[in-house]
Design a protein. Structure first.
Length: 119
């Protein structure tokens, strides 16, 4: 793990929490913002390592690393529409999924650096 990984992942997770909280009452509306946000996080993590990763590859990694839509849909259906509680639930779900995707990306980049990625 590199020193900047934690800062990058936490910063993007905080942004994701804001998106999740702000768009809680609109079903699936935040996905259009979260996936590009998470792809940008992965691109930033790649750049820290000198790995060239285009937007398409970063977006594919987001979809591979996390079941973002499934997790979001589950929380949205259950309680996401309730003011207050829904905002909190969507914020924590968006932040948690973004954290998980970030750490999965770090693990993948570390395997790539060791020549183990793709196994």
């Amino acid at each position: 793990m590199r020193r900047g990984d934690k800062t990058i992942i936490h910063a993007f997770s905080a942004l994701a929490a804001g998106v999740g909280a702000g768009l809680a009452q609109l079903p699936c509306s935040d996905a259009a913002v979260l996936v590009p946000l998470q792809a940008t996080m992965i691109g930033t993590l790649a750049a820290e390592r000198g790995v060239t990763l285009d937007r398409t590859a970063a977006a594919q990694l987001v979809l591979t690393f996390g079941a973002t839509m499934a997790g979001r849909a589950g929380s949205q259906v259950l309680l996401g529409w309730l003011p207050g509680l829904g905002n909190w639930l969507n914020a924590t779900t968006a932040a948690g999924l973004t954290e998980a995707i970030g750490w999965a990306a770090v693990a993948w980049f570390e395997r790539l650096e060791r020549g183990e990625a793709g196994r």
